[in-house]
Write a protein that binds this ligand. Structure first.
Ligand SMILES: [Zn+2]
Length: 443
């Protein structure tokens, strides 16, 4: 089948504009309208999509392209909700889907209605071409990712696992280019850190504020929070980061490549981090080589003249692959000493899958075909995605949301930031690259 990519791009632009104009700000979400809209588009082309409502207004849509069944399905997973926007801070209406200077503007233009659109176009192209495939391709556009996914991917995993079970999934984020050391590198997510949100409690003797004593819970907590804020937790080199840094270092070579490789050295890595200090990458690499903790919420006392008997801090902890709550708490106690109580607020496991698979090689081959000279490397994210939910079904997930973006385009600042937008060229690149990866991998 020869595909007229210009007209497919025009069609994709219209679908993305329509999705942006459906306000799915989470909370409250209201993804139902977007799920219904996608279901109609899919049904019109001969699919039998299922809309699954997890709570009033919270819609998820799933559709399946049938292959021969010689291999297990590939899942295209996306989310329909977006984070809130502050319209007064935007140059164009965040829910307008306007086209200005070759860019489509709006909340979700990057995260991730553009990727929903790419995945939708892949489904439509497979169906229109009646492409023979060895495996099924499943489309699942879900609610609630930005608030944890309980009403979206989590709901599907718990209530409809048979609809989404697959050998691999593709979702956000990856396949976007970053300039590093003079090379363009497309990063495809193969690992992400875990959440380990903790409540830390200090206890002490209550008393009258007029008679200070040393066993003051507020003071003990404040001292511990200060230590945690300044602490550097132990260094851990993981397989996922090793693969990522080797991929980057091989791409850029030279001195800069050598500095990157030093990040993997058990004692010399602080030198490499210092060498990166002038770039925005220092904090990023630090997070990929250490468990981290950010004290965020504090609660202590209720009256100025009463010394409280307890004080509580909430800690945003993030764990590397191979680490868990116990090992993180051990690292925290090594900094603050004993005498504090910890309880979990919210836990999500770290994930890491190999980048040495046929699917990853297909992603790399397609990206390099469309951007010769660029390199491809696996990525570990410091944050988390819905990949955590589907990991419970044993489905490994790559972040693959291909886009070609101009070097000056600050992708990372726009995701969840003001003035989110995507170049039409970048969307067109993604529509074609994703389709080709799916077709070539599933054939
Ligand atoms: Zn997202």
């Amino acid at each position: 089948m020869t595909i007229d990519w210009q007209s497919i791009t025009d069609e994709a632009v219209q679908h993305l504009q329509a999705l942006i104009r459906i306000d799915t700000t989470n909370p409250p979400g209201n993804e139902q309208a977007a799920a219904d809209c996608l279901a109609q588009l899919l049904a019109r082309e001969g699919y039998a999509p299922v809309v699954l409502t997890s709570a009033p207004g919270r819609g998820n849509v799933v559709a399946r392209y049938k292959g021969r069944g010689d291999a297990a399905p590939l899942l295209l997973l996306s989310h329909l909700d977006v984070v809130p926007a502050e319209p007064a801070q935007w140059e164009h209406n965040p829910f307008g889907g306007e086209i200005v200077d070759g860019m489509i503007w709006g909340r979700g233009a990057l995260d991730m209605k553009s990727i929903v659109t790419m995945q939708l176009m892949t489904m439509l192209l497979l169906q229109r071409g009646q492409i023979p495939l060895a495996r099924d391709v499943i489309f699942a556009a879900t609610a609630d990712e930005e608030a944890g996914g309980e009403y979206g991917a989590g709901f599907l995993v718990e209530n409809h696992p048979e609809l989404i079970r697959a050998e691999h999934a593709l979702s956000e984020f990856g396949g976007f280019p970053l300039e590093f050391g003079g090379r363009t590198i497309y990063f495809c997510q193969a690992a992400e850190k875990g959440f380990c949100w903790l409540r830390m409690r200090a206890r002490g003797q209550p008393g009258h504020g007029s008679m200070p004593h040393p066993d003051n819970a507020t003071v003990k907590l404040a001292e511990a929070v200060g230590k945690l804020g300044r602490a550097r937790l132990p260094y851990h080199r993981t397989q996922a980061v090793t693969e990522m840094i080797h991929g980057m270092a091989n791409a850029i070579g030279g001195m800069q490549g050598a500095v990157l490789r030093l990040l993997l050295h058990p004692t010399l890595h602080p030198l490499a981090l210092r060498a990166l200090a002038s770039s925005s990458f220092e904090r990023f690499f630090y997070a990929l080589l250490h468990n981290t903790v950010s004290p965020t919420v504090l609660q202590a006392g209720s009256k100025t003249n009463v010394i409280p008997s307890e004080a509580v801090a909430e800690l945003d902890g993030r764990t590397l692959p191979g680490q868990d709550m116990e090992s993180l708490i051990g690292e925290l106690e090594a900094v603050i000493g004993p005498g504090f109580e910890f309880e979990p607020i919210h836990l999500g496991p770290p994930l890491a899958i190999s980048s040495e698979t046929v699917l990853f090689a297909t992603m790399a081959r397609v990206l390099q075909r469309h951007d010769p000279g660029a390199a491809v490397a696996p990525l570990m994210m410091a944050g988390g995605t819905d990949a955590k939910h589907i990991a419970r079904l044993g489905i490994p997930c790559y972040g693959f949301s291909p886009m070609r973006l101009p070097p000056e385009f600050n992708f990372l600042a726009m995701v969840h930031g003001h003035n989110e937008r995507i170049p039409i060229d970048g969307l067109a690149f993604g529509v074609q690259a994703l389709y080709e990866v799916v077709e070539e991998y599933c054939q």
